[in-house]
Design a protein around this ligand. Structure first.
Ligand code: OAK
Length: 790
């Protein structure tokens, strides 16, 4: 498509799809018109992919996930179709700022963090590789809340991306399924019958997901909840105006809002309803498609692979057994085996408080038939695997991890360390019973969004240096290594980074009113706020550094800009206190003339995918400092390394594999190992001992206690200080001295700018393995038995 063709398509849509004249069109209208012009180009490959899948009778992959953290879609589609130059020029000729048009799109924030963003990267790779696949999830009316700060405290506002038309989805009113809840089960001669007490309708909305160079497109199908009875006219006529709309409103509640908890389930009935709602609708849809192609239901595992993204869709196991046994008359044991042959489960966290379990009573009330089947599945497992009974039902709780494991063909972890810990801890008993079931698939990120699109400057240098084609063959970045010795290449690499930093500095000045120097080290920690991720340790370093600079103002300090970003779950009190502390510290540090130009702290609110796309290319230093054993993988760590940031990190999650690949010399390692963490926790007074041994840490905590960051309110942050001294479960104090020391080595290393650039370029050259294309190939070969259709 040429620029002129695109231009006339934009004008055509402006007039005929939106009824706007170019003379009166606003940015929103132009963005909508451009989106439809681009979307038109997606539809043909999308249809073609569907046709090829049916014709080739390819095995289909279904990815069930409560979350898809997609972000914006327009630029992604443009880049994948190779239309970036045409789109930019077309906009220019229409008198528009291309960047402004792109910036008008709201983020589709249908996820909390890592798990949801991984699902979005996987969709991109599935399409790029041409694997016939569907993503299934919920079309939340309100995605993850918007974060702002009021006097340094986090304030949440409802997100409402659907308050404007969403040009990327196709509503499918004809694709809808009834989903039942509550009711009773009758056990008769002819089997069990579940008479649901309530029923809602799941309606499909499809978004095409176009792969690299438009070779293939899959579908993301999201379900919206509707009432079976639209509106009760009789009640309305009786004068009950609100009551008449009640059934509709109640049903819609199910897809109203994304639960904002990152890895801490709340155990609320509505959440279980959401889980069953989207899982049941997806399975009904999967089986409808299956029956249109095949007759023998027993061959399901041969033609279908279903991946459960953590335990949120774990009810898929009992639901599939229910359909096979109650509706297709398959013997129970066979039904269980068929379900197990079809389903696979990915675990994304070992944090005990994050493992989902449901009160047996609630499960029985909401899903009586499923609860009965869970008991039978438990019996079956005990019978067939020498397993103890009650592995899935424990003290009146249904444990969803165990249930998912028992009903899975394969169970995987998301980094080598995490998979190893899965075998040794949470699933040790089940692993002994089924030693071939657990395997590892280290996470990855899509290089289309996380290098090519977000970092055009570096991408151009890469293409100039090693030629094109690395976007879907990221191992080719290895070819850069031969150029790292070339001073000209290094200068160009450093220049690309500097340009990205300057762009970010301009933006931060415009939005936050804070000036930052692009020559300073940009040190970034962006992720959900959680105690185990240890933003608190990072801000302690800020305090200690501020204190050290004030004590020795004459020293030639390496200038640093500390950038934080991330949301705290609204009910997570300590995380919110950490947010407050960072903002208070930022205010004090940034106002201090003595440290000006050496240390600046920035915490832009509302970190999301779009903000990540701006921060990642501009980072010098990536903070990956979780307590070892706690971060299942991390994926931000990969984005930063790929874009030429050096990591300061612990031996946790995928950091271990990043360090192995980029080399020990190009990674700043500190802290205890996962084994040492367990030992250290057993030491009485470990925090007190660590504080006594580190004057920097002691002074930093004293500053908090003295109220240095709570003007007029000295106790404002005392709770955090108490946590550190007396309940330091995540071992911030015990790792601090090592962190501080290595961070000073980072300062030193940054002073030799050419050496730094060498290390940064090696990070890029050696990060190709972290492409999600590699991850998806692993799933396809080792879990799904699926092959590309192109
Ligand atoms: C969210 C809710 C429940 C359980 C896990 C999560 C989650 O987001 N886990 C994260 O998954 C990412 C993708 O695998 C990992 O990179 C993160 O380490 C992990 O915390």
């Amino acid at each position: 498509m040429t620029k002129d063709e695109l231009k006339s398509e934009i004008l055509r849509h402006l007039a005929f799809s939106f009824g706007k004249d170019a003379a009166h069109a606003q940015t929103r209208d132009w963005r909508m018109a451009l989106s439809l012009a681009i979307r038109d180009r997606v539809v043909t490959p999308w249809f073609e992919s569907t046709r090829k899948t049916y014709e080739g009778r390819h095995k289909r992959v279904y990815y069930l996930s409560m979350e898809f953290l997609i972000g914006r879609l327009l630029q992604d589609a443009i880049v994948n179709l190779g239309l970036d130059d045409a789109a930019r020029e077309a906009c220019l000729e229409l008198g528009l700022s291309y960047d402004q048009v792109l910036a008008d799109e709201p983020d589709a924030a249908l996820g909390n963090g890592g798990l949801g963003r991984l699902a979005a990267c996987f969709l991109d790779s599935l399409s790029t590789l041409g694997i016939p696949a569907y993503g299934y999830g919920i079309r939340y009316e309100h995605g993850l809340f918007r974060q702002s700060f009021h006097e340094g405290r986090q304030v949440e506002q409802a997100e409402d991306w659907l308050s404007q038309p969403h040009p990327w989805e196709f509503e499918r009113p004809e694709v809808c399924y009834g989903v039942g809840f509550y009711g009773t089960v009758r056990e008769g001669e002819d089997g069990a019958h579940w008479d649901a007490g309530d029923m809602v309708v799941a309606k499909a909305y499809d978004t095409p997901i176009i792969g690299w160079q438009g070779r293939w497109a899959n579908t993301l199908r999201l379900w919206s909840a509707q009432s079976r009875t639209q509106f009760d006219l009789a009640r309305f006529n009786e004068g009950q105006f609100a009551g008449a709309a009640e059934p509709e409103a109640l049903a819609r509640t199910i897809s109203r809002v994304l639960y904002p908890n990152d890895s801490t389930p709340q155990g609320k009935e509505l959440r279980l309803k959401q889980e069953y709602f989207f899982t049941a609708a997806s399975l009904a849809d999967i089986l409808r498609r299956y029956h249109s192609e095949y007759t023998d239901i027993r061959a399901l595992p041969k033609h279908v692979a279903i991946q459960l993204n953590d335990t949120h869709p774990a009810i898929a196991g009992p639901e599939l057994v229910r359909i096979l046994h109650d509706e297709h008359w398959v013997e129970l044991d066979d039904a269980i085996e068929i379900a197990r042959g079809t389903l696979n489960y990915t675990n994304h966290t070992l944090l005990p408080e994050a493992l989902e379990s449901w009160h047996e009573g609630l499960m029985r009330h909401l899903l009586p038939r499923h609860m009965r089947l869970i008991e039978q599945i438990d019996d079956w497992h005990a019978r067939t695997s020498k397993g103890r009974k009650m592995s899935t039902i424990d003290h009146g709780q249904v444990k969803m991890g165990e249930l998912s494991f028992v009903l899975a063909n394969k169970v995987n972890g998301v980094s080598a360390l995490h998979t190893d810990l899965m075998k040794k801890t949470v699933f040790s008993e089940l692993h002994t019973l089924h030693p071939d079931r657990i395997l590892n698939q280290t996470n990855g990120i899509t290089p289309r969004r996380w290098l090519r699109t977000c970092n055009p400057t570096l991408s151009a240098l890469i293409t100039d240096t090693i030629g094109s084609g690395w976007e879907d063959d990221l191992d080719r970045l290895e070819d850069l290594e031969a150029h790292v010795g070339d001073a000209g290449f290094r200068a160009a690499f450093a220049e690309a980074k500097h340009a990205n930093k300057a762009r970010l500095a301009n933006r931060i000045r415009a939005i936050r009113g804070v000036s930052i120097d692009p020559d300073a080290m940009f040190d970034i920690q962006v992720k959900r706020i959680h105690e185990y991720k240890r933003q608190l340790m990072n801000v302690l370093e800020v305090i200690a550094l501020w204190d050290a600079i004030r004590r020795n103002p004459g020293k030639d300090w390496t200038p640093r800009v500390k950038i934080f970003g991330g949301k705290a779950a609204p009910g997570y009190h300590t995380a919110k206190e950490i947010v407050h502390l960072i903002n208070d510290v930022a205010r004090v540090v940034n106002a201090d003339e003595d440290v000006a130009g050496r240390l600046t702290v920035v915490f832009p609110p509302n970190y999301n995918v779009t903000m990540a796309e701006r921060l990642v290319p501009a980072a010098d230093l990536s903070q990956q400092i979780s307590t070892a054993g706690k971060e299942a993988s991390g994926t931000g760590n990969m984005k930063f390394a790929l874009n030429g940031a050096l990591t300061i990190g612990t031996l946790d999650g995928a950091n271990v594999e990043i360090r192995e690949r980029v080399g020990d010399d190009n990674f700043f390692l500190f802290g205890m190992t996962a084994d040492e963490v367990v030992e250290r926790r057993a030491v009485p007074d470990h925090a007190a001992e660590a504080i006594a041994a580190s004057p920097e840490l002691a002074r930093a905590i004293e500053h908090i206690e003295r109220g240095s960051f709570g003007p007029g309110e000295p106790d404002r942050h005392r709770h955090l200080a108490n946590l550190l001294r007396h309940h330091d479960y995540f071992l911030v104090c015990s790792d601090f001295a090592s962190y501080w020391k290595v961070s000073r080595e980072v300062d030193e290393a940054y002073r030799d700018r050419d050496r730094w650039t060498r290390m940064a370029a090696l990070n890029t050259a050696r990060s190709g393995w972290f492409s999600s294309d590699r991850t998806i190939r692993g799933y396809a070969e080792e879990i799904w038995g699926a092959t590309p259709a192109i």
